[in-house]
Design a protein around this ligand. Structure first.
Ligand SMILES: Cc1ncc(COP(=O)(O)O)c(C=O)c1O
Length: 394
């Protein structure tokens, strides 16, 4: 699988996993004073919170579960509206729907993230929250989004599932809104095969999130808490084996992201004198993860021709991440009286039809990134890919 985190699995992950297996203690809870309890999940959460510069991190079984936990923790209720981008993974919508809320889609702009101007236009008396999604590791315009949220009294839940390791103006993505959600699935900068993380600075939201992810229990539950559980929860827990891999990967994240950024800068430089396209805009060029290089052509026809030569597809045909390809979401949008289906978000359609995602680290057909390089590519391989791209443009 050609993705950054899994390319970097090595002795560190092996050591952490063996540590757990040899202890025989797989459950995430244990006595912190017992040397047989290796506390991998506990340590991962502490280090993840520190890495993000927040008070709390909570490991969950997926990024989708992490978003749902965030929405329920902040008190999203049936009928609330949440503004989400028209270009994102289905989980941003499905978690909203499972929380009982209505996803209200907003257009993206040329950074392929939600357009703050369109967020503002879509606010109604029912709007409770904004869910900026840092698509393809690129930070949303968080200053503008936080300003809108402040002025309208809205919550902000960051979907940072594609952006672990990214930052906006010096603050880690996921740590800027009320809560943030990350994914550790196989396509991400760091991975444990699957898994997710919730982060927040607020003690009350952390306690609610913890309870929601584990049957109503208080953080690091000790024993049966009959009589003291104030909220109904589910089971989104992770075990020590996942914690062990996640911990080893987290300790590599800075190296992974800096390598991706370096390779992306090299590739970008090599294709920057081609005509007919521009690079997508970046709200914080130093903070983006560097997992993909998105180019936006002047016309959809040009973009399609280049794709044909390279054996890839424009982003609008990339499958999973485009609202108009989500027939299973359309049903809910229709029922809620929201626009749905191709043409409902014309600016998003137009930008995506002219865009190509070139892989730098995440080769994912679901992102339309069938062409590019990876985190292990040598300078010669980067040059060869750049040459193919230049030839296709010519
Ligand atoms: C933007 C976005 N949100 C949410 C998710 C859901 O993460 P998971 O697959 O871990 O449930 C993903 C996963 O690809 C994603 O890309």
């Amino acid at each position: 699988m050609a993705v950054p985190g899994s390319y970097c699995i090595g002795d560190e992950e092996r050591r952490e996993v063996l540590d757990v297996l040899e202890s025989g203690h797989l459950f995430r809870y244990g006595d912190l004073d017992d040397p047989k309890f290796k506390r991998k999940v506990y340590t991962f959460e502490k280090e993840f919170a520190e890495y993000c510069g927040v008070k709390h991190a909570l490991a969950t079984s997926s990024g989708s579960g992490a978003i749902l936990v965030c929405l329920l923790a902040v008190g999203i209720k049936r009928g609330d509206e949440i503004i989400v981008p028209a270009y994102t993974f289905v989980a941003s919508y499905s978690s909203t729907i499972f929380a009982g809320a209505v996803p209200v889609l907003a257009e993206i702009d040329e950074n392929l993230c939600i357009d703050p101007g369109d967020i503002e236009r879509r606010i109604t008396p029912k709007t409770r929250a904004i869910m900026p999604v840092h698509m393809l590791g690129n930070p949303c315009n968080m200053d503008a989004i936080m300003d809108i949220a402040d002025r309208h009294g809205l919550l902000v839940i960051e979907d940072a599932c594609q952006a672990c390791g990214g930052a906006y103006k010096g603050r880690k993505l996921g740590s800027i809104g009320n809560m943030g959600a990350f994914s550790l699935n196989v396509f991400k900068t760091v991975t444990a095969g699957d898994g997710g993380v919730v982060v927040t600075d607020r003690d009350d939201l952390y306690e609610r999130a913890f309870a929601l992810h584990d049957q109503g229990h208080t953080p690091n539950r000790a024993g049966v808490q009959v009589g003291s559980r104030c909220i109904l929860g589910m089971n989104f827990r992770v075990n020590e084996l996942l914690g062990a891999v996640a911990l080893a990967q987290l300790r590599k994240i800075d190296k992974i992201v800096s390598t991706l950024r370096e390779k992306k800068a090299t590739f970008k430089k090599m294709i920057s004198d081609c005509d007919g396209f521009k690079f997508r805009t970046l709200n914080d060029p130093e903070g983006e993860c560097g997992t993909l290089c998105t180019v936006i052509f002047d016309t959809a026809q040009q973009a399609r021709k280049v794709c044909e030569t390279l054996g890839t597809d424009t982003v609008d045909h990339s499958g999973w991440h485009v609202y108009s390809n989500m027939e299973h979401v359309s049903e809910y949008l229709k029922e809620a009286g929201q626009p749905y289906g191709k043409g409902a978000y014309p600016r998003t359609d137009d930008i995506l039809s002219r865009s190509i995602n070139i892989s730098i680290g995440v080769v994912d057909a679901g992102l339309g990134a069938g062409f590019g390089i990876n985190i292990l590519s040598s300078d010669e391989e980067i040059e060869a890919a750049a040459e193919r791209f230049r030839a296709a443009c010519a």
